[in-house]
Ligand binder design. Structure first.
Ligand SMILES: O=C(O)CCC(=O)C(=O)O
Ligand SMILES: [Fe+2]
Length: 307
């Protein structure tokens, strides 16, 4: 059985509005919460991030990935960097014998300022999108608090420094190659099943299908390509923070037969992580989730995933 991913009209909280439509927030908060507490994934329409802004960041990262390997390796992620900020060539991520055939570029504002020499305009375009994604996260987490009927600032207070020192949120461009890996059941995949270790992930994809999440029946269910919308996934930090009220979906990217051997697939994910200085206490003090530091939680989980 496939589960339809709910499409949420975000207009009341759209970034195109300088002020949110306060009278419509409770209803929007309720519908967001209802969907995210079942499968942990929704699609936002009317989010207000200019489609040209997304397109430009996508096109420039495509240009980067298509540039000669020597250029790309100038920006390779250093192993001493916990968050592996920078470029990673294909096949560096593996889980048991399954490899992900994607090139990736993880970035934050202020990193890789010299990349403009390889792809002019890259830095500014990524910075703009990063900032918009951060603003959208602020609006989303406020709504989640309203929906959970807790103080509406509980989450927003912890996301004050995205893009600055003291916060580890990052944006990641993925460029899936035409190589394929096979999971245990022999299915062709581009990215193995995993949970995100963020609080929230905002995702835009190229036109290629393949993203799937495991639904409540334990079956793989399709998430359509984002088009002009934004896909929102709950990550494990938010799952712990809300004592499992919001569910982190297990997800993967398959390699549909019609795309095999042809196109590159692209996606851009924004991983929102609370400011490092805070200790995260689950909203009602559940014993299942003792207080934790977001950066430590994040690194621990990352090390498990990419061992
Ligand atoms: O490429 C996609 O659609 C999903 C990417 C993803 O799940 C990730 O990078 O964590
Ligand atoms: Fe993911």
């Amino acid at each position: 059985m496939t589960t339809m991913v709910p499409i949420i009209d975000f207009d009341a909280c759209s970034l195109a509005r300088s002020k949110v439509a306060s009278d419509r927030l409770p209803e929007l908060a309720r519908s967001l919460l209802k969907s995210l507490s079942v499968d942990g994934v929704v699609i936002l329409k009317n989010h207000g991030i200019d489609e040209k802004e997304i397109r430009s960041a996508f096109d420039l990262s495509d240009e980067f990935f298509r540039s000669p390997a020597d250029n790309k390796l100038l920006f390779e992620a250093k192993s001493e960097d916990n968050f592996k900020i920078g470029y990673a060539h294909s096949g560096t991520e593996r889980y048991s014998r399954v490899k992900n055939f994607r090139e990736a570029f993880r970035l934050r504002p202020g990193t890789h300022s010299t990349i403009d020499t390889v792809v002019p305009g890259f830095v500014k375009a990524q910075q703009l999108l990063f900032t918009s994604m951060g603003k959208l996260v602020q609006r989303l987490v406020r709504l989640l608090a309203i929906g959970l009927e807790i103080d509406e600032n509980v989450f927003t207070d912890k996301f004050k420094k995205m893009g600055e020192e003291g916060n580890s949120s990052y944006m990641m461009h993925n460029w899936y190659t035409t190589e394929q890996s096979f999971d245990k059941s022999g299915e062709a995949i581009r990215l193995f099943g995993h949970f995100d270790n963020s609080a929230l992930t905002l995702l835009v994809t190229s036109k290629h299908p393949g993203l799937q999440f495991r639904n409540r029946e334990g079956e793989w269910s399709d998430v359509p390509p984002s088009g002009d919308n934004i896909i929102v996934l709950i990550g494990q930090i938010m799952e712990a923070w809300t004592e499992d009220k919001l569910k982190a979906p297990f997800h993967r990217v398959t390699f549909p037969e019609r795309d095999q051997g042809t196109d590159n697939r692209m996606s851009c994910a924004f991983f929102a992580i609370p400011d490092n200085a805070h200790t995260i206490c689950s909203i009602h003090g559940s014993e299942k989730y003792p207080p934790f530091k977001p950066d430590v939680f994040f690194v621990d989980k990352l090390n498990v995933l990419y061992k």
